[in-house]
Design a protein around this ligand. Structure first.
Ligand code: SF4
Ligand code: SF4
Ligand code: SF4
Length: 329
């Protein structure tokens, strides 16, 4: 048992992650061709606008299901809404936010764009801690709008008229998943402005602008879109009940900063915070690159039900360093 855990701790989680990302990307984008459909309630982007998809992002059914009047909440429609949420939570629980680091197709595309930039030898932008903090509210605002707009199609607020049905899936209209992911099945039909009504025109124009920002942003800053993602906000709100955890033993931390330098999201707390055990923040995608980069025994660990699956060790750190320098030679 000790041998197995030593060889896991000596491994490079990022190589494993890249492999899982490729497999899941193929499943989410092309699974439909193999008659694979994992679920309609995926805790990550698996876009319903991809014809050949093998699973659907939960934000799509959620926006449809939340178009419900308050008196209907106790009806069959309300039960449907609650059931959908329970299935989503059940899928989320074992993996927590690692859906972002390992599974989300939109996250994977951003990582591929970053690799192109690395190959070209261009440095990345980093945000100061205060800037990341200031941007943090955007994803929560998007999450609130995603719920409030469809809800306003069935409920009048303060005597205001009901919202038009063109707001049925407002977030999908601006999400880069809708425009970018179908491109991988040779479908560019979403790259257009919908002139059928004013709301659709405004939303689809915004969607095109966000798509442009997605590509430019991901080239300039690693995981740029993830900073604004409402799915990340929703997953973070549930993260405390997730079974998979990223934990830190502050007394073993020397504040060397290796973990922060490895972190694509630039999360300062992973290096600076020596007082808290739980290291999952709203921007953390649970990629575990920080654990690989930490040279201190038992300082950072990935735990499932309090059982360590992968943890930082001095031996693991130097083993990875040696392998990397042999690879670069
Ligand atoms: S935060 Fe990034 S990886 Fe996570 S769901 Fe959003 S786009 Fe995908
Ligand atoms: S790499 Fe490890 S020891 Fe260094 S700052 Fe991060 S957690 Fe602390
Ligand atoms: S804190 Fe660690 S697990 Fe979270 S995004 Fe940064 S490197 Fe990945």
């Amino acid at each position: 048992m000790k041998k197995i855990s030593r060889s896991i701790n000596n491994s490079d989680v990022n190589r494993f992650r890249r492999l899982v990302q490729i497999i899941l990307f193929a499943l989410f984008i092309y699974g439909g061709w193999l008659a694979v459909d994992i679920s309609t309630y995926m805790p990550t982007f698996s876009c319903p606008f991809v014809e050949s998809r093998g699973g659907t992002c939960y934000l799509f059914p959620l926006q449809h299901q939340i178009n419900i009047s308050f008196p209907q909440i106790l009806s069959r429609r309300g039960i449907g809404l609650a059931t959908g949420f329970i299935i989503f939570v059940l899928l989320f629980l074992p993996f927590n936010k690692s859906w972002c680091g390992f599974a989300c197709p939109l996250g994977t595309v951003q990582d591929w764009i970053s690799r192109v930039r690395t190959r070209l030898g261009i440095r990345y932008s980093q945000y100061a801690r205060a800037t990341s903090g200031r941007l943090g509210w955007i994803k929560y605002t998007l999450l609130a709008l995603l719920l409030i707009l469809p809800l306003s199609m069935s409920n009048s607020w303060f005597g205001l008229p009901l919202l038009s049905h063109d707001f049925a899936t407002p977030y999908c209209m601006v999400c880069p998943g809708r425009t970018v992911l179908p491109l991988f099945s040779a479908d560019a039909s979403q790259l257009t402005v919908d002139f059928s009504s004013t709301p659709k025109m405004v939303l689809s124009t915004l969607g095109m602008a966000v798509t442009g920002l997605f590509f430019v942003g991901a080239f300039v800053k690693k995981r740029f879109f993830c900073l604004f993602c409402p799915m990340s906000a929703l997953l973070y709100l549930l993260s405390k009940i997730g079974f998979l955890r990223l934990n830190k033993l502050g007394e073993n931390c020397t504040r060397c900063g290796n973990c922060l330098r490895a972190c694509d999201m630039g999360i300062h707390g992973i290096a600076d915070d020596i007082n808290h055990k739980n290291m999952i923040t709203d921007d953390c995608m649970m990629c575990f690159k920080c654990v690989s980069a930490c040279p201190e025994d038992d300082c950072l660990s990935v735990d499932l039900f309090k059982l360590p699956l992968y943890k930082s060790t001095t031996q693991g750190y130097f083993t990875r360093m040696e392998k990397r320098s042999a690879h670069d030679r």
